[in-house]
Design a protein around this ligand. Sequence first.
Ligand code: KG4
Ligand code: ZN
Length: 335
Amino acid sequence: MTKNIVILAIESSCDDTGAAVIRNGNVLSNCVATQLNHENLGGVVPELASRQHILQIVPIVDKALKTADIDLSEVSAVAMTKGPGLLGSLHVGVSFAKGLALSLSVPLIEVHHMQAHILAHFASQTHPSFPFLNLTVSGGHTEIVLIHSHLDMELVGQTFDDAAGEAFDKIGKMLGLPYPAGPHIDNLAKKGQPKIDFPVPVIADLDFSFSGFKTAVLYYLQKKTKEDKDYIIHHLEDICASVQATIVKILLQKMERAIKKYNVSDIAVSGGVSANTGLRAGFQRLGNTWKKNVFIPPFEYCTDNAAMIGVTGYYKYLQGKFCSLEVAPDPRMKI
Ligand code: KG4
Ligand code: ZN
């Protein structure tokens, strides 16, 4: 009988504490404790986030094990996010994972958060085939990656400044929406029309920039609220629809360029912003136009989650890619 490979995974890169159990590459549990204390603070407050992780990590790991009906003695390895992310938040997950691996005498596996966002596709039964192109869009990153195999990835485009999620969140702040604003803009956009033409930046190759667009929205809102102080309240849904349509256009233009450049049959999108309904629909249309197979993860695997860390940990386990107990978090970890 072949051995069951059970990975206990921990994710604590930002403001969500996640724990998951993966057996032979299949997700048995995927638990997330979301921190709501940043909602009205305009963004994640790092010190608050790390303190909250300390309170949440034991109960969430416990919940993941119970949901999976797995005893700690069955765990083959512990996987955790090493970076990129917030230093204090990463420290909690890395320290906890180290302690657990040491006490269980099992290997420790370090995981790159953005690589995990891509391998999130493999948490589902249907997933892309290699090589494929992935648009990875989160709160801190916007990248186009060419994936040759589970652990061989080539970064072919990225943002010079803000990430797509950051653009959603910062513009949401200008509009008075709670953090993270992405889901709020998404919901409001459904009731509005993309009537406002915001500029789409002209950037070479497969790279992105969102800061000029963000400033254009700021100047537009400043001008309009001078004329009518309630402009935002009266036009919130149309503003959201226009902002979302522009961000989606910027992302899909580059994805289309990547499709023309690289001859792949499968295209995929992942990361927190892939939860956006406008992007999901647009990405599907792009795939139809270019006759590509399209892969978009279910919502639970789009935003930060530990299942994607566990799935990545599983593929690293198969290749014996373990790390030392000396490992330290790497807030700016490169892919
Ligand atoms: O991947 P993720 O959960 O965390 C990071 O690794 O950053 O991504 C979080 C980002 C936030 O900027 C949030 O506003 C955005 O994903 N987001 C969305 C939606 N859901 C989450 N943006 C647009 N529409 C959504 N439905
Ligand atoms: Zn993420």
